[in-house]
Design a protein around this ligand. Structure first.
Ligand SMILES: Cc1ncc(COP(=O)(O)O)c(C=O)c1O
Length: 349
């Protein structure tokens, strides 16, 4: 049986055009500012995102850390959603590496509200850490790739500004957000001080993320990247794939969204599964499997036995992420195999 890997868009392999570009890119030592391919990617990324400057980083995680440490000093407070990737999935680097105090702004299915942000900002007082930075995430990973609508994004940014906070956008999948919201990506970057986006997700690069912001911010972030051990040499081999990604891979993300919707509709038809179809806005589908009586781990094991590699959101959810290696037929085949697993679980129960 062929194995279908739909765990994440990080599983995408580089395209032939990327491999070709990586093999032939002009290279230099980027730590000496001498890699022309890195410089080309950084200029393209800055222009595309409507920001002054950009910096190639090895991962999204490191790009977020560089942003946190460039905006804030140890002991400062960063306001963010406890369901955000920075808080939830980055090994506590926010505290252990950046030395920042997290202050939670609650979210409901990925959406924070401006008044909750205002309420979370404490008045300047010697007893409190200094509130310095507000972090947004779009699309929102843990809510299943939901898009923060542009109006809400703008209102949140306005509330952050009223309170003198800098704004960082974790836009690992910002192109997915802009496509789904049907707005230019620059509508989401206009009000923020920095944004990072990932080349290595739906855009299919083997690695790399780009941090964008004002020129003085990026100069500071370059120091931080070096301090974190992220300074690179002939990084043009990474940047070359990134250039192909920006030129060829952005618009096709809409296809992943269509495939995710197709899969969500098919899974919603299966008795024993619950899918919130309204939450399927981009390339992710979160499915509640609790009626099957299986733990998330057991459910994933059973999916594996029928050749499906999916992701877990314990204790109740399985996650599927559509990417360029899938077709409409892949989605139908996944639904067929999932139905076999669910039926057998319900019969045994
Ligand atoms: C929203 C978000 N931010 C940051 C990251 C981190 O990216 P990386 O895996 O490249 O470190 C991810 C990865 O999945 C993500 O989904």
């Amino acid at each position: 049986m062929d194995v279908i890997n739909i765990r994440s868009d990080t599983q995408t392999l580089p395209t032939d055009a990327m491999l070709q570009a990586m093999a032939t890119a002009p290279l230099g030592d980027d730590t000496y500012d001498e890699d022309p391919t890195v410089q080309k990617l950084e200029a393209m990324a800055a222009e595309r995102l409507g920001m002054e400057a950009a910096m190639l980083v090895i991962s999204g995680n490191m790009a977020n850390l560089c942003a946190l440490m460039s905006h804030a000093r140890p002991g400062d407070e960063v306001l963010l959603d406890p369901e955000s990737h920075i808080y939830f999935y980055e090994s506590g680097g926010l505290a252990s590496v950046a030395g920042l105090m997290p202050m939670s702004v609650p979210s409901e299915r990925g959406m924070m509200q401006p008044d909750d942000l205002r309420a979370a900002v404490r008045k300047r007082n010697i007893h409190h850490p200094t509130p310095r930075l507000f972090c947004l995430e779009n699309t929102h990973n843990r809510s299943g790739g939901r898009v923060v609508p542009l109006k809400l994004h703008q209102e949140l940014c306005a509330a952050a500004r009223e309170n003198g906070l800098a704004i960082h956008l974790d836009g690992a999948r910002i192109f997915n957000a802009a496509i789904a919201a049907d707005v230019p990506v620059t509508d989401y970057t206009r009000d923020v001080d920095s944004i990072m986006f990932c080349l290595s997700k739906g855009l299919s690069c083997p690695l790399g993320s780009v941090l964008c912001g004002r020129r003085d911010f990026i100069e500071q972030a370059q120091w931080v990247r070096k301090r974190l051990g992220g300074g690179m040499r002939q990084a043009g081999v990474i940047a070359a794939a990134g250039i192909v990604a920006l030129e060829q891979m952005v618009d096709r993300l809409a296809e992943d969204h269509e495939h995710a919707r197709l899969l969500a509709r098919a899974l919603a038809e299966i008795p024993g599964l619950n899918v919130d179809l309204g939450s399927v806005e981009t390339n992710m589908v979160n499915v509640d499997h609790s009626e099957t009586g299986l733990s998330t781990g057991d459910f994933l094991e059973r999916l594996k036995s029928v050749g499906i590699l999916a992701g877990g959101r314990p204790p109740r959810q399985i996650r599927f992420v559509a990417n360029r290696h899938h077709t409409r037929e892949t989605m139908r085949e996944i639904a067929r195999r999932v139905e076999i697993v669910v039926r057998s679980a319900l019969q045994r129960g």
